[in-house]
Design a binder for this molecule. Sequence first.
Ligand code: NI
Length: 138
Amino acid sequence: MKTTRFGVSMDDELLARLDLHVRRKKYPNRSEAIRDLARAALVEEEWSSAKKEVIGVLVIVYDHRMRELSSRMLEKEHGHHGEIVTTLHLHLDHDTCLEAKVIRGKPGAVRRIADELITMKGVKYGRLIPATVGKRLR
Ligand code: NI
């Protein structure tokens, strides 16, 4: 892919903060940092569009002893078998489980499925991490 160099004007204060960001994250240079910032903005835009396909990772921590939580959760997941692509399960200790579920679909559907699972009784922690199918990012 062709790369174009272009000049960016920025006030000194913003540039100083950008350079601090570059150093903190250990970017090799400003360009790499700016490319990541641009991609992050584009992913955010994908999630704000109703029509684009997105992918996200739902992380939940729950108590599997909670009455029928595992089977109720499994039932919900079968209801969304087209969107929930995979699940990784970790037994953290005797009672606590951590799961990472990859959910793919339109942003609204992905958020709805994540919320359905996060709000279940017995789920102690839940966060949806927005990602991208990467089609528009190089
Ligand atoms: Ni477990």
